[in-house]
Design a protein around this ligand. Structure first.
Ligand SMILES: [Zn+2]
Length: 478
């Protein structure tokens, strides 16, 4: 007797559409990182950065995104720098109400960075209204304190190294990136099983405080930063140039101003100054000032991490983190009065102040004072994007516009890119190391020369398919 199954046949599971990746920012520029990953049931934004630098780039912050912010389920933040998290309050203002996933230290630092950003944006809008130079009347900030409060309420920190289902069938795992405290690179497993990884900003194995980045372990699609894709950092040479510039300037009775990103670069600079004090190369009589409330607040978060013995910190340092960051005597300037007192003192000193690219903040006041005097030195220790005062100085500008007037540049300008917290091309290739080749590697977060040079090296040396995407381009995750 034959049997037959006459009941309803099981239906094959509906085929899931492949993930779709859209490059919304951080393409052709080191700012505005935003990468949208969409599947049948999930929309996840990797980083939510603000465009900075040239006016044309900054205007892009005002352009509507090609998506409904309310439809985004989750935002993954790789780290707390403004070019990776600074657009978040605007996304919230536009209707985003999903959750924001990052490491606990990124959440702590992001609060600081976003509050400071709202403050600056509000100040700029007030300034524009006062002088009447905005096309919009009255000028509005991109976002304000309330938008930041709402954004912060959406944060859901997750530890590094654990798998978390951040939205329907989308699993995230964060890995240490060694770039700044809390920084991570992200690995997402999508609904159909395909994977995408984003390097965020990749740190360096020689970071004096943080452990080296965890190696890349593979993914179908990789978003690779390329800030220094065409550069080799000369570590030893940079430290010597830094120390020599200090010695030279102090010997001629000058002051050294170091424009420094408030988060991490200030810590690296303080660590170096502390080492030079210990080695006797920085005389005890020369005061070191940190003139940036935000940098000082970030410094406290670093000190807390030392106290908690955070696993991302180098093990030799956890016991005496304070000393590692304290080139005593060092004076913190929190208030405007304390900042003005530094300016009035007139004695040779070292001033570490934000912002890092001298686009705003207290460092601009210090530059206005020190630039006309050839005894002084400005030390540029980080990446200086096109269109910023720091870049103009590196490129040899003879005058610099500040507060509506031109100031002559007679001070010495020393560029020390080796102090950067970004991996150079060789370090990136080492990080990619022995991972299986992704089906595509997209070079993002770089100016065109950096991205193209890194694409060529990945193609030539690893034989991987490497592409510099166009802004707004969409590709499949397969
Ligand atoms: Zn960064």
């Amino acid at each position: 007797m034959e049997t037959s199954d006459t009941g309803p046949q099981p239906q094959p599971a509906p085929r899931l559409r492949p993930g779709l990746l859209t490059f919304l920012g951080g393409v052709g520029t080191v700012t505005g990182s935003k990468f949208m990953v969409e599947t049948d049931h999930a929309r996840v934004l990797i980083d939510c950065g603000m465009f900075q630098g040239m006016a044309e780039l900054r205007r892009r912050n005002w352009r509507p995104l090609p998506l409904d912010a309310a439809d985004v389920h989750a935002v993954v933040l790789t780290h707390a720098h403004l070019d990776h998290c600074g657009y978040l309050p605007r996304l919230v203002k536009e209707g985003f109400h999903g959750h924001v996933v990052c490491t606990p230290n990124t959440a702590r630092l992001a609060e600081l960075v976003l509050r400071d950003s709202a403050h600056l944006l509000q100040e700029q809008a007030e300034h524009a209204n006062y002088h009447g130079w905005s096309k919009h009347r009255p000028a509005q900030p991109l976002y304000d304190d309330k938008d930041v409060d709402r954004a912060l309420s959406l944060f859901e920190p997750v530890p590094v190294g654990t798998e978390t289902e951040i939205t329907e069938s989308t699993v995230l795992r964060l890995h240490h990136a060694g770039h700044i405290l809390g920084s991570s690179w992200a690995h997402l497993t999508l609904e159909d099983g395909h994977t995408i990884a984003a390097s965020g900003d990749l740190g360096r194995p020689v970071h004096p405080l943080l452990r080296p980045p965890e190696p890349f372990t593979g993914a179908d699609v990789l978003l690779m930063e390329s800030t220094y894709g065409n550069r080799h950092h000369d570590e030893r040479g940079s430290r010597a140039r830094f120390a020599d510039a200090l010695t030279r300037t102090l010997a001629r009775g000058g002051t050294v101003v170091i424009p420094s990103f408030a988060v991490d670069r200030t810590e690296i600079v303080l660590h170096e100054l502390a080492e030079l004090r210990r080695a006797g190369r920085l005389p005890a009589a020369v005061p070191v000032f940190v003139d940036s409330p935000m940098a000082l607040a970030a410094l406290q978060i670093y000190r807390d991490a030392f106290a908690e013995q955070a696993p991302e910190l180098r093990s030799g340092l956890t016991g005496d983190g304070g000393a590692a960051l304290d080139p005593a005597p060092f004076t913190a300037a929190r208030t405007v009065q304390e900042s003005s007192a530094i300016q009035r003192s007139g004695m040779p000193s070292i001033i570490v102040s934000a912002s890092g690219m001298a686009t705003g903040g207290r460092v601009v006041h210090h530059l206005r004072r020190v630039l006309p005097d050839p005894r002084n030195t400005v030390l540029i220790v980080g990446f200086a994007a096109l269109g910023t005062r720091a870049r103009d100085l590196v490129d040899g500008a003879r005058t610099l516009k500040m507060f509506g007037t031109y100031v002559p540049v007679r001070a010495e300008v020393v560029n020390v890119p080796g102090f950067s917290a970004h991996a150079d091309a060789g370090e990136i290739l080492d990080w990619l190391g022995s991972a299986p080749p992704p089906s595509a590697t997209y070079l993002v977060h770089g100016e065109p020369e950096g991205s193209e040079a890194l694409r060529d090296r990945i193609d030539r040396e690893l034989g991987w398919t490497a592409v510099v995407p166009r802004s707004g381009e969409r590709v499949l995750v397969q």
